[in-house]
Write a protein of this length. Structure first.
Length: 106
């Protein structure tokens, strides 16, 4: 399935607009990851643990988006937007939501 942030696919015509499709993923950031990320933030540099968790959540959200679009009869999702949020009492959860338009391309 083709998934793109653009609203047009060069050389392909949208035959049918099927509708809005979404995918979400929420992943908990555990205490050890938080501890090491805090140390990394103090001494500088990138937090590999959080980057990995965000990548994993993004992949899950996009996978769910594709599965839902396929069930709707789509062969592509266009105009995809990814949103990232922290949730929970202590902001200990990472959420990624993906949304786009399920379409059928020629």
């Amino acid at each position: 399935m083709l998934v793109t942030t653009t609203h047009h696919v060069e050389g392909r015509k949208v035959i049918k607009y099927i509708g809005l499709v979404t995918g979400e993923a929420i992943i908990g950031a555990n205490i050890f990851r938080d501890l090491f990320a805090g140390i990394r933030d103090i001494v500088g540099g990138r937090s590999g643990a959080y980057e990995s968790a965000l990548r994993e959540a993004k992949d899950y959200a996009l996978e769910e988006l594709e599965e839902r679009a396929a069930k709707m009869g789509a062969n592509a999702v266009i105009g995809v937007d990814l949103d990232y949020e922290t949730l929970g009492k202590d902001q200990g959860m990472l959420m990624v939501s993906a949304s786009g338009t399920a379409v059928f391309l020629e």
